[in-house]
Design a protein around this ligand. Structure first.
Ligand SMILES: [Zn+2]
Ligand SMILES: [Zn+2]
Length: 157
């Protein structure tokens, strides 16, 4: 069976100056689910720095997760990496704290970054409302007709 490593900070042995934690959390472990417009494609990567400051453990860094998405405008499939460069959390610790499991914190943070309305590109033109053709690939007859009508109106002035 594949071992599913969680993100665990060894607080009791943590270097005074802090320590870097890098690794991956498997999708099976995170159970992020999927929606109609995206599906996680690979493990969530983390690159974090953990430091104990008094009675607090401060952890900050970057999370990233590759996704397969479906554009809500044109229906095209595309890939995207969701990145959270400002992940930060602080957890109260005491003399008695030895290990802290941050897997759930990371999971919740990345869920907030998942797209509800992914778009393949800011300039995606979407589909024609009339005939359904992908306007990124071609200009359909309806679009041409529409512009012809506009010209006709201008000429009529
Ligand atoms: Zn699109
Ligand atoms: Zn059309």
């Amino acid at each position: 069976m594949e071992t599913q490593a969680r993100l665990i900070v060894d607080v009791a042995r943590l270097d005074e100056d802090g320590e870097r934690y890098q690794g991956e959390l498997s999708l099976a472990l995170l159970d992020l689910g999927a929606s109609e417009v995206f599906a996680p494609k690979g493990a969530l990567a983390y690159d974090l720095f953990a430091q104990a400051l008094g009675t607090e453990l401060l952890v900050r860094g970057t999370l990233s997760l590759p996704l397969n998405c479906i554009c809500v405008r044109c229906g095209g499939e595309f890939q995207k990496v969701v990145q959270d460069r400002d992940f930060v959390t602080s957890i109260e610790i005491s003399e008695a704290t030895d290990f802290l499991d941050l897997t759930d914190e990371v999971r919740e943070a990345i869920i907030l970054d998942l797209p509800s309305y992914p778009v393949c590109s800011d300039t995606c033109k979407g589909l024609c409302m009339t005939c359904g053709k992908n306007l990124n690939k071609e200009i359909c007859a309806c679009q041409k007709a529409g512009s012809d009508r506009r010209w006709a109106t201008l000429e009529g002035l």
